[in-house]
Design a protein. Structure first.
Lengths: 357, 360
């Protein structure tokens, strides 16, 4: 290790490689992505976070990333590789990296790990996620008001709590805005597969759906919606290239402030294992511009809903709410606790179909 | 310039083409990486040299075995069938079913700690799962003369659906907070398939692959069944006259390749991958087809081809991480390998002649 530091210092001195004035090596920041950085959605936004880290810290950081890393054994190798190559902090940005992250973290106690959307932590493993469901509520409201066929559709990836929360949040607020609304859900079992996502969108549209929501990462459903002349929402990223129609609004995951804060903590030596779950208020979840395709009154309602959530005056899951089987869940005015939300495995009353099991 | 068919495939060329294909892939890949703004020599060096002799070779060498193990194990089985003209394209499905069966049996015993009983039992279950899944195209072919290429391939998609169902339903970890995926089989000591020597990457699946190579070698060179396989592939009519029962051969070849693919799945799910999840399979069953052909359907060739393929994976990942090459460029690079192999294979079966027709 000593030899390497010395060598690196020598190289930096002779070749002018990035090194700090005081002789410290830059903090090396690694990212493991589940999709390609050009997916236009989930991975794209994480990569925007990486770029923001680079811009913020300049030559005080060195970043590396690996894209399209399959969840499972291959991701464990990708992480190990980064740790071996001297990464100080590694962000693993998909749920399926959970066990591999914990395994690799055990082997590299000096490297900090940050796992997105999981629930397993260790001394050197933090978890972080965003309250996407808050954004879903706003989308649901717009969807309920905009549908003419009273049928809205939802392209769902995997039946995990995060996705189920999004479905419930959308449905609850669509229903509030339009009591006649019906929602159909299609499970595609992938985060990123443009062909499958497009097929799902077409199947929904063929069944009379005129508003398509998606919890997958590609823009393929946007293209399908554009072709059929129905409405859609940008997912994970703004997907502004499909505005003003079919994309009338979007949920944007803004990871940049979090990433910058965590890298700063590593530099300062103040990094600690934490569990972060931020929503609209701190800006981790943003509502993309609501286009003019949406009538002004609907837009105003949607923005009011967003602001109420941000101020904490309204909670997305506020009773009275029943579970799908009709049993009571939340009493009038009661709000859901984070524990229930984190493990949500049921639909709320009114959604048809079953969660695959 | 024209091509003239050789009376028999050239022995020399059949071994020279894989080498040529690798060299051509390096050149063409280098051009591709250069066009992407990466130093081509550095990129090729990172892919082929770093994992073996670079700074972190101590880690990569073990990972090479982890990656090559399932590829070799599956490809050995496939190569036997391919030699006899029996095309099992669905090893990916047999791999999945082996993993599911083995994992299900193992988890049925959870949390009992009787490794001496449970581990052999799940190994047998894994092989049996793959074997039975391969028997579907086998019996359909021998009974109803269906095409085993289509049936075995389509059964991959059926197996993937069963995998998703298992991960979400029957095998889901009851303590997993509602998330899909089974319990961690590598952390359950009765089923755990860890490295036998720390850092070597040598788990039971790699051992099984090496044993399979040896057995296949002996089978093909010394055993009557190996002779029948070769005969059936090279001269089907002669094989019939020699008393080879084609139906039995179909079932045997599909059965062996299915069982080996199932074993590969079992060793993967109890070791490197550690759990039954929706995305458990990552294409070993399909890549093994390339490995089988790259290795000329010969056991030793398959062994080397499996290691080479693993090297492009491991080195490719290293190039992504350290040089920032896009994942798609690495996949294109691997695709070139098969492309060049098939292209150069023309030389095995044809002679290149220069000059006008009839002049020779």
């Amino acid at each position: 290790m000593k030899k390497r530091t010395l060598l690196a210092g020598l190289m930096a001195a002779t070749l002018g490689l990035p090194a700090l004035a005081d002789g410290h090596e830059p903090v090396k920041v690694g990212f493991i992505y589940v999709g390609p950085i050009g997916d236009g959605g989930w991975t794209y936004e994480h990569h925007q976070g990486l770029l923001a880290v680079e811009e913020h810290f300049g030559d005080k950081v060195e970043t590396v990333f690996q894209e399209s890393v399959p969840e499972g054994a291959d991701s464990e190798r990708a992480m190990t590789q980064m740790a071996l190559q001297g990464a100080d902090i590694i962000f693993t940005t998909s749920f399926g990296y959970m066990d591999p992250t914990i395994n690799v973290a055990g082997k590299f106690p000096d490297v900090k790990f940050e796992h997105a959307t999981g629930y397993k932590r260790a001394d050197n493993v933090s978890t972080y996620s965003a309250r996407f469901y808050e954004g879903r509520a706003v989308q649901g409201h717009i969807a309920g008001r905009m549908t003419e066929t009273n049928k809205i559709g939802y392209i769902a990836s995997f039946p995990i709590p995060e996705v189920i929360r999004g479905i419930n949040a959308s449905y609850i607020h669509a229903k509030k805005a339009n009591p006649d609304v019906e929602m159909s859900v299609i499970w595609v079992y992938t985060w990123f597969d443009p062909a499958k996502e497009a097929d799902a969108a077409k199947a929904l549209i063929d069944n009379g759906v005129d508003v398509v929501l998606q919890h997958t990462d590609s823009t393929a459903p946007q293209a399908a919606a554009a072709e059929a002349g129905v409405i859609s929402f940008g997912q994970a990223s703004d997907m502004a290239e499909y505005a003003p129609l079919p994309r009338v609004s979007s949920i944007i995951d803004n990871w940049a402030p979090y990433y910058i804060a965590r890298v700063q903590a590593v530099m300062d030596g103040t990094w600690e294992s934490t569990d972060t779950w931020d929503g609209i208020a701190p800006g981790m979840v943003e509502i993309g511009e609501i286009t003019d395709a949406v009538p002004a009154d609907v837009k105003a309602e949607a923005l009011a809903l967003r602001d109420a959530i941000a101020s904490g005056e309204y909670h997305t899951f506020t009773g009275p709410l029943n579970k799908q089987d009709g049993s009571a869940w939340l009493a009038d005015g009661e709000t859901a606790d984070d524990g229930t939300l984190a493990g949500m495995g049921f639909y709320v009353e009114g959604i048809t179909g079953e969660i695959p099991n | 310039m024209r091509l003239e068919k050789r009376p028999t495939p050239s022995k020399v060329w059949s071994w020279a083409t894989p080498v040529l294909a690798v060299l051509a892939t390096m050149v063409a890949g280098g051009l591709l990486f250069g066009a992407l703004g990466t130093d081509p020599v550095l990129a090729i060096r990172t892919i082929f040299w770093e994992p073996l002799f670079g700074e972190f070779a101590f880690y990569y060498r073990g990972q090479l075995l982890v990656k090559a193990g399932p590829l070799i194990l599956i490809a050995i089985g496939l190569s036997l069938g391919f030699r006899a003209g029996i095309w099992n394209i669905g090893a990916e499905g047999q791999y999945i079913m082996g993993a599911i069966c083995g994992a299900a049996v193992g988890l049925a015993f959870y949390p009992l700690e009787i490794r001496w009983l449970i581990f052999p039992l799940i190994v047998i279950s894994g092989a049996l799962g793959g074997f039975l899944w391969a028997m579907i195209p086998g019996i359909l072919r021998t009974r109803f003369n269906t095409n085993e290429i289509l049936v075995s391939l389509l059964l991959v998609y059926v197996a993937e659906q069963i995998l998703a169902w298992m991960a979400l339903g029957p095998l889901r970890n009851p303590e997993g907070a509602g998330f899909p995926g089974s319990r961690n089989l590598a952390q359950y000591s009765a089923t755990s398939n860890q490295e036998l020597i720390a850092g070597w990457g040598l788990h039971w699946g790699v051992v099984a692959a090496l044993i399979a190579v040896i057995f296949a070698y002996i089978l093909l060179s010394r055993h009557i069944l190996g002779l029948n396989i070769r005969l059936a592939g090279e001269a089907p009519r002669a094989a019939r006259f020699a008393g080879v029962n084609p139906e039995r051969l179909v079932l045997l070849c599909l059965g062996i390749s299915g069982a080996l693919a199932g074993l590969a799945g079992l060793f993967e799910v109890t070791g490197p991958s550690a759990q039954i999840g929706i995305d458990f399979n990552v294409g070993y069953g399909f890549t093994a087809i390339i490995v089988a052909f790259l290795g000329r359907l010969h056991p030793i060739g398959v062994l080397m081809a499996g290691l080479l393929m693993a090297l492009t994976y491991i080195g490719g990942e290293a190039a992504q991480a350290s040089l920032g090459l896009p994942a798609a460029a690495i996949q294109a690079f691997q695709g070139m390998l098969l492309f060049f192999l098939l292209a150069f294979d023309v030389l095995t079966n044809f002679r290149v002649k220069f000059g006008a027709l009839g002049a020779a």
